[in-house]
Design a protein around this ligand. Structure first.
Ligand SMILES: [Zn+2]
Length: 162
């Protein structure tokens, strides 16, 4: 399994590049997707992962089907390529977050309660996907990764829990 980069690695601080549309279905992206899915599958507390976290500075993240809770057998991991948040609720909430790239550290971050994303899937088809609560929180946390931002830059009540 490839390693998840940790805070301090400069790749995590870079603005990731858009993936050219004709490269979405190519072998390199397929390979990156399968590496990311493997990490999500094999890491108990991993709900989402952005490509820069495994050293690929490209605009893609994956939300694990685990985010849908226990009844997730009929669900698939959600792949977002060149995602853009196109709509948010007015309401924001503070909620606790953690990150695979900042192991053992948790803190509250203020996020929009709802968010809608426009992105491409792994077949290069454009789609929009809306979510609230934990899903909306993940959309915003992962989009931040693509812009080189870690949640620890926005957090309050940071705590360590190794
Ligand atoms: Zn993260």
């Amino acid at each position: 399994m490839v390693e998840v980069l940790q805070k301090g690695n400069p790749i995590l601080e870079k603005i990731a590049k858009e993936i050219p549309l004709d490269a979405i279905t190519g072998p390199e992206i397929k390979n990156t997707i399968s590496q990311m899915k493997e990490i999500l599958r094999n890491t108990d507390d991993a709900l989402a992962l952005a490509a820069p976290q495994i050293g690929e500075s490209i605009r893609m993240f994956i939300i694990s089907k685990k985010i849908f809770g226990e009844c997730n057998d009929d669900k698939e991991d959600l792949i977002f390529i060149n995602p853009k948040i196109i709509k948010t609720s007015k309401n924001k909430n503070w909620a606790e977050e953690g990150c695979l790239s900042v192991r053992g550290v948790y803190g509250e971050v203020e996020r929009f309660e709802k968010a809608t994303i426009k992105a491409y899937d792994e077949e290069g088809k454009q789609f929009t996907f809306g979510g609230s609560g934990l899903l909306a929180q993940a959309f915003q946390h992962e989009t931040d990764h693509l812009d080189g931002i870690l949640f620890t830059e926005k957090t309050r009540n940071l705590r360590e829990d190794k």
